[in-house]
Design a protein around this ligand. Structure first.
Ligand SMILES: [Zn+2]
Length: 163
């Protein structure tokens, strides 16, 4: 899956490099068993961060850094499989950009979606994302954009094969 991320395109490669060059450990595990029902929804992945502390600008009260000692990423492969098949079948409406990309590109597999989810979760393991969150910014915006780009890059590669 790491190779898939690295080879997906510029955004995926950047996320892969962030993972392998991180100063704190980021173990990645794969949950093949859990279902959407178990998770109470489409929880495609999750990141838990052990936070040691944060640096605050005392003049502005803004958080300027969050210090993370370890991050644990879980990719919910079983849920991702259900999600992709539900988007394809129409059981899940394709309203969000990522869902539209899946629906429009039939060559994309659940494995491809898992690669995009890994790219998304890597963002949550980084101080920048946790600093945004601490300052009240939506921590999902940037990771979601990156995952959409990774998915689109994989789709473009697959669509260009054989032409
Ligand atoms: Zn997220």
């Amino acid at each position: 899956m790491g190779d898939g991320l690295r080879n997906s395109g510029d955004v995926g490669n950047k996320q892969f490099q962030t993972l392998v060059n991180s100063e704190h450990p980021i173990p990645v595990s794969y949950d093949m068993e859990s279902t959407t029902k178990d998770k109470g929804g489409y929880q495609l992945g999750v990141t838990g961060n052990a936070i040691e502390g944060q640096k605050i600008n005392t003049k502005t009260n803004e958080v300027v850094d969050v210090i993370i000692s370890e991050s644990n990423i879980t990719i919910n492969v079983g849920v991702i499989s259900e999600f992709v098949s539900d988007v394809r079948s129409g059981k899940q409406d394709a309203t969000e950009k990522g869902e539209k990309i899946i629906k429009d590109n039939t060559k994309l597999t659940a494995f491809d979606m898992a690669i995009a989810v890994l790219g998304h979760e890597i963002d949550h393991s980084q101080s920048k994302n946790q600093t945004d969150k601490a300052n009240g910014k939506n921590p999902e915006t940037v990771p979601t954009q990156k995952a959409e780009q990774i998915l689109q890059d994989i789709a473009n590669k697959k669509n260009n094969e054989g032409h």
